[in-house]
Design a protein around this ligand. Structure first.
Ligand SMILES: *[C@@H]1O[C@H](CO)[C@@H](O)[C@H](O)[C@H]1NC(C)=O
Ligand SMILES: *[C@@H]1O[C@H](CO)[C@@H](O)[C@H](O)[C@H]1NC(C)=O
Length: 521
């Protein structure tokens, strides 16, 4: 027995089997869809045998022996619940077009998160160690300071397609002549107007960051994390040194969903990691429903944040009326009972979306077009009708329409006719179905699953102490050198001198000739 365990120990040491890292995962946003991205990072890391501390507003008690959750559910106070009410959005009670408000929200959220007593307990413990910190990037760079506190590598999770703001943290800005920004649905090649608006947006956002926002974030970093550094006997570094010290960006993106832009070595696209490779079996009633849907089933869900029951009555009735005239079965994720439901319409309070989309009889998905849902439609190869409501949903849908697997319908009191036309088109024209199947095949054709890739790169960063070999040299090249402004300056200074010298030579020469002539005479 003793020799066996000795042998095992040798093997374990040799192959590093016993390597278990302590990883801090920070997802403070009180939004269910963002939590799905966080929880699944945690799940993959736990499965690989690591110990995870998860800062979350959605704690699940005693879920795994290697998981410690730091409950920041107090972050919910900051969110206006009405903001996520379909009816309020429909009546334009809110607009999301005030970026300053959104930026202020991210600062409040950072403060509330790091000042939460559950988080303070860990940050204030000088014996606490982590091997890496992973945080969600949401327009606020301050979270990278948490890794400085624990003197360990830092990793961003970017929820969107790669865009210039996140890429300039690890490499440099993208070229607006052919790369759309994070909130644009333009697809290259761009016309002049699109190129100019892309350039304008990029210059504006980079000026905003450089001249205003970075200063705000730096002050918050010093104010909120500085004391912990002092307590550990460390000087507070300049925020620039913290901010551009990122080891890796994990991107919730994949080329099948976006554009084939060039990416730095430490950006790893792992879009789809939140979807289980083994889809859970459907509950008995839903399984029967889908199995028996001989003409196909249409699945309708407004996602995890929005509630269909908040729709105005005339729309609810109108949807039901349209559905009742279809020969397909309709499954609507709806949060309360409905009277006089048409025979072919079924409602479910809770719906296992992945398992429904995976069923061969599910032929169409009506969605709000959140990023997770659009990823899932490509994963499961189902065409969509999108009714975007807020945030990036408009862009996601616009992109899906341009890729050719979606039809967009605008949410309004007068949308019913358009909605009916969209359903008929999606059911009768095979091009949406064919396109999404083609993209799905591309999406699945990868050397390893995105979950495995996620774990590999996190471990790689820890093993190589921050993966400095992956970092782009562009980070250390100042702006004027990148654009050869020094050379330009040199030319501007030297060229006139050369011209003056040549001119003088010429006049000297001609004077000499004049002299010769007069001498001859
Ligand atoms: C942090 O810990 C020290 C003792 O090590 C204690 O004096 C201090 O009050 C704690 N700070 C907070 C914010 O809990
Ligand atoms: C930079 O990252 C390394 C790990 O990659 C970490 O040890 C160090 O503390 C970080 N420095 C700053 C200033 O954040």
């Amino acid at each position: 027995m003793g020799s066996w365990s000795g042998l095992f120990l040798t093997i374990a040491v040799f192959f590093n089997i016993s390597d278990s890292y302590r990883i801090l995962v920070v997802f403070p946003l009180p939004s269910k869809s963002h939590n799905i991205l966080g929880v699944n990072i945690v799940k993959h890391l736990l499965k690989a045998g690591h110990k995870v501390t998860y800062i979350t507003p959605f704690p699940v008690k005693n879920s795994h022996p290697n998981l410690q959750e730091l409950d920041v559910s107090e972050n919910f106070d900051k969110k206006n619940e009405r903001m996520l009410n379909v009816n309020a959005l429909l009546n334009k009670e809110f607009s999301f077009d005030n970026p300053i408000k959104m930026f202020r929200y991210t600062i409040d959220l950072f403060e509330k998160t790091v000042q939460n007593p559950n988080v303070v307990k860990v940050f204030n413990d000088t014996n606490q160690k982590f091997d890496a910190v992973i945080a969600e990037w949401m327009y606020n760079d301050a979270y990278s300071g948490i890794a400085t506190l624990f003197d360990c590598p830092f990793i961003w999770l970017s929820t969107m397609e790669p865009h210039s703001i996140i890429l300039s943290l690890i490499d440099e800005s993208t070229n607006p002549a052919y790369v759309p920004d994070s909130l644009s649905s333009n697809i290259p090649p761009f016309n002049l107007k699109e190129r100019v608006s892309g350039l304008f947006f990029q210059l504006l956002s980079s000026a905003f960051k450089t001249f205003y926002w970075n200063g705000v974030v730096e002050r918050e970093f010093e104010r909120l994390l500085g004391p912990y550094l002092t307590q550990r006997g460390k000087a507070i570094p300049s925020f620039n040194d913290v901010n551009y010290n990122v080891s890796l960006v994990l991107g919730n993106s994949h080329v099948s969903l976006g554009q084939a832009i060039r990416l730095p070595q430490n950006y790893k696209p792992i879009g789809g990691y939140h979807i289980d490779t083994d889809v859970k079996p459907l509950p008995e009633d839903l399984k029967k429903l889908l199995d028996n849907a001989k003409n196909g089933l249409i699945y309708f869900s407004m996602g995890s944040n929005l509630k269909s029951k908040d729709l105005p009555d005339e729309l609810k009735r109108g949807f039901l009326n349209i559905f009742s005239n279809l020969k397909q079965t309709v499954l609507w994720k709806f949060e309360e009972a409905i009277n006089d439901l048409p025979k072919n319409v079924h409602i479910a309070q809770w719906a296992p979306q992945h398992s429904i989309l995976a069923h061969p009889n599910c032929i169409l998905f009506i969605t709000h077009g959140g990023l997770l849902s659009t990823t899932e439609t490509v994963h499961f190869g189902k065409p969509i009708i999108g009714i975007p409501v807020f945030g990036d949903q408009f862009t996601n849908m616009e992109r899906a329409v341009k890729k050719g697997f979606a039809i967009k319908v605008t949410l309004s009191y007068t949308m019913l006719d358009e909605f009916k036309v969209a359903i008929d088109e999606a059911l009768n024209n095979p091009r949406y179905r064919n396109k999404v199947r083609e993209l799905s095949a591309i999406y699945h054709d990868r050397p390893v699953s995105p979950g495995k890739e996620l774990v590999h790169w996190v471990e790689h960063v820890v093993r190589t102490r921050g993966a400095p070999h992956l970092r782009s040299p562009a980070l250390h090249v100042p702006f004027y050198q990148k654009y050869y402004l020094d050379l330009l300056g040199l030319i501007v200074v030297i060229l006139p001198i050369i011209i003056i010298v040549i001119k003088q030579e010429l006049t000297l020469n001609s004077m000499k000739k004049e002299n010769l002539k007069t001498k001859k005479n």
